[in-house]
Design a protein around this ligand. Structure first.
Ligand SMILES: [Zn+2]
Ligand SMILES: [Zn+2]
Ligand SMILES: [Zn+2]
Length: 175
């Protein structure tokens, strides 16, 4: 593979850096992240790498083609049909349009709710945050209000520090 050059200044690009959300990028080797000023010094070119979708062992309920797991640029996950595509010129979806967003998972815990004594569940959100909540809690879609017990305990997530200043990178487009 030919070595890629920065389109802004012609320097070589850095090694691939993986962000805490699993995304990959390369910076211009002439760019340096200054942790004190929170600014890039030198060339600010950043190249985001496409994340290869993972083919799942599941079939599309609409057309029977395999589903793929895709992670958006914001770390949200979805399953979509491999027969689906996007026509950039016509700006419309082509093929099968089946999409299923993955919203997080719940896991039963061997602990009781301190408020009502019912079991607690561990809820992991789509972007990896965890909380313990009461298994009796729910959401009434019609009344648009929470039902059951409202006990929630957020678990501390150990934030990996981002020495490359990921949180200050330029905004990105949604695909
Ligand atoms: Zn550059
Ligand atoms: Zn399909
Ligand atoms: Zn409870």
């Amino acid at each position: 593979m030919e070595e890629e050059k920065c389109p802004k200044c012609g320097s070589t690009l850095s090694e691939v850096i993986e962000t805490p959300t699993g995304r990959k990028l390369q910076r211009c080797s002439k760019g340096v992240w200054n942790t004190e000023t929170h600014k890039t010094e030198g060339c600010d070119y950043v190249k985001w790498l496409e994340i290869e979708p993972e083919v799942l062992d599941e079939k599309c309920p609409k057309c029977g083609e395999p589903l793929v797991l895709q992670v958006t640029r914001f770390g949200k996950k979805m399953k979509k049909c491999s027969a689906g595509g996007w026509d950039k010129e016509e700006k419309k979806a082509t093929g099968c349009d089946y999409v299923e967003w993955i919203n997080g998972t719940t896991e039963k815990l061997d602990e009781k709710c301190p408020k009502c004594g019912e079991p607690l569940v561990l809820y992991t959100t789509a972007n990896g945050k965890k909380m313990k909540k009461c298994s009796t809690s729910g959401w009434d879609r019609e009344a648009k209000q929470a039902t059951g017990c409202d006990y929630i305990e957020w678990l501390k997530v150990e934030y990996k520090s981002a020495p490359n200043g990921e949180e200050f990178l330029p905004p990105e487009d949604i695909f």
